[in-house]
Design a binder for this molecule. Sequence first.
Ligand SMILES: Nc1ncnc2c1ncn2[C@@H]1O[C@H](COP(=O)(O)OP(=O)(O)OP(=O)(O)O)[C@@H](O)[C@H]1O
Length: 299
Amino acid sequence: MTLEINNVTKRFGSFHAVDHLTLQIPPGEMFGMLGANGAGKTTTFRMLLGLLQPSEGTITWAGEEITYQRTNVVGYLPEERGLYPKLKVKDQLIYLGRLKGMEKKSILIEMEKWLEKFKVPDYANKRIEELSKGNQQKIQFIASVIHRPELLILDEPFSGLDPVNVELLKEAVIELKQKGTTIVFSSHRMEHVEELCQHLCILHHGKLVVNGNLREIKRSFGKKNVVIQADYDLSSLANQVGVLKYHATAEGVRLQVQDEGVAKELFTHIAAKGYARKFEVEEPSLHDIFIEKVGTTYA
Ligand SMILES: Nc1ncnc2c1ncn2[C@@H]1O[C@H](COP(=O)(O)OP(=O)(O)OP(=O)(O)O)[C@@H](O)[C@H]1O
């Protein structure tokens, strides 16, 4: 059951929100979709769900086109949360679960399990409007997974959650992946994508600018980060050939260098100068790669 996005374009008038996008997401994958605001992530998700029709191209899940009628195989956590404030949690989940073709009894069984897992076992009879924003989000997440979808699409699942709830949600997502759910999620938080995804893509103005295995992406980027801590002045390193970025830190410097060769030269240079408490060569972070490819940073 592979998700295949074949040469998909979505135009609004003459504007290309998604531009000839081709992606294959294998079953059981946790796939990260990155992109600055307006890059086309939500538009892509809406097409995956059959809520929007591509202007060109096709999207298939397990070889069949996704239509709105088939969406009970898909779970969706939208970016704009959409619960009914006056409904009780229980009634809200029954309503949404039934739309996905579930029976009331199994909805209630699943609901209990999830409320327990999310450490809010007594919320079934609370009205949505009584819950904090983060807890409403947990309910919205439950609504997107209660029918055990094969494909789960999460638009910014961690936004607005405190660190404890981020961990709870991450654990839930990892567990779903282990059970075989294919998960596609967008996030502006690079560290979440680095932690959870082996594969990812970056969209820029609707086009794919990076796609592949995270480790491969980092390796092929070429540039490395070098962290040095020493008690003597390191500021001259800013002018060394091959040093692309220089940041002074509380205990030393953090550099971006052209390649591993430059890192080796720096090591020789530092070793000749005297004792350094730390000299570490790191792979670039996803943040570094994002900035380079998209040319902007997140707030
Ligand atoms: N219905 C629409 N009509 C016209 N333009 C639209 C419509 N929906 C989206 N767009 C435009 O398409 C582009 C992509 O929007 P989209 O919501 O997919 O971005 P995104 O990557 O999800 O951004 P964000 O990170 O801000 O959520 C934006 O420029 C947006 O204004």
